[in-house]
Design a binder for this molecule. Sequence first.
Ligand code: TRP
Length: 349
Amino acid sequence: MFYAEIWLESIEEMTVKRILTGIRPTGALHVGHYVGALENWLQLQARYECYFLIADYQALGDHFHEIDLIRDSVIQVTLDWLAVGLDPERSSFVIQSYVPEHAELTMLLSFITPLGMLERNPTLKAELDELPVERRTVGFYNYPMSQVADILLPQARLVPVGDDQAPHVEMTREVARKFNRMFGEVFPVPDTLIGRIPRLRGTDGAAKMSKSKGNVISLSDDRETVRRKVMSMYTDPTRLRATDPGHVEGNPVFEYHDAFNPDKGQVEDFKHRYREGKVGDVEVKQALAEALNRFLDPIRERRSRFEANPRQIEDALMHGTGRARKLAAETMRQVRAAMRIDSYTSRWE
Ligand code: TRP
């Protein structure tokens, strides 16, 4: 596993060729996605062959009752990607369900994958715990398996993701090795690349931003919304007055300053004064709202350009998906040949 700070060196050593990563289309992307993953993707796309997957099959896992949301989100996520600067000329944007080989490979790999791999997966376990019983479907339980297929189908070597996804990449490595051992070398064993800020807290101080908790700042929020969300952010609960010494560690307001405020001098000054009880939360938050808005302004501007041009959104999706289909067909040819399920009648030839 690699972390963003060391990515350059490590990646050179690994001679990465192809990268795959993805997102489930279940809502607009937020600033946690940016520092946890998208920021890495932007750097990687300049130098490697990148496949960015919109995992709509996977989204069915916990949103099968909200197909309209998935449909809207496919477009929203594409817009978010274009808005942050992912470039569909260089990289391939792929709609998962338009490449049916994803489903075929998921099924084939499931026959060599022990149940224990799913049972032990900590991300899956935590998500299942949060799902009401009637929504714990076989499909949901199996989604890490489909993610393994997502990564192996284009034969990716590196998977840049947020840290909650690391167990799925770990599982991918195990399945790839097992397949190669049983049937011959088909799949590279991929590495994980974790973003600069593996997990950005929610605005309510919760460990993670998640749309269902309403504690996110979206990449598409307007200036006023961002300001309002920041001003009501959770901060140091032990501090009643601006003259009380405050806690900086574990305080999301300061974590966000570290993540988004490029003026490090200002951030250090705030931290110092906060600890001493010499600055109020309001002033620190106002500066944060401004920093976030400055960070988001260029993203908003690009978004509105693409919004005015729906053809470009569609073209981006269709080109990328077309490229992915070619790769998928080639991998499946290799897989079927390796497993010897491709030529039953040849024994009579
Ligand atoms: N599980 C990822 C998410 O929740 C989405 C995803 C699907 C993915 N397939 C992938 C990520 C393959 C990395 C690689 O956003």
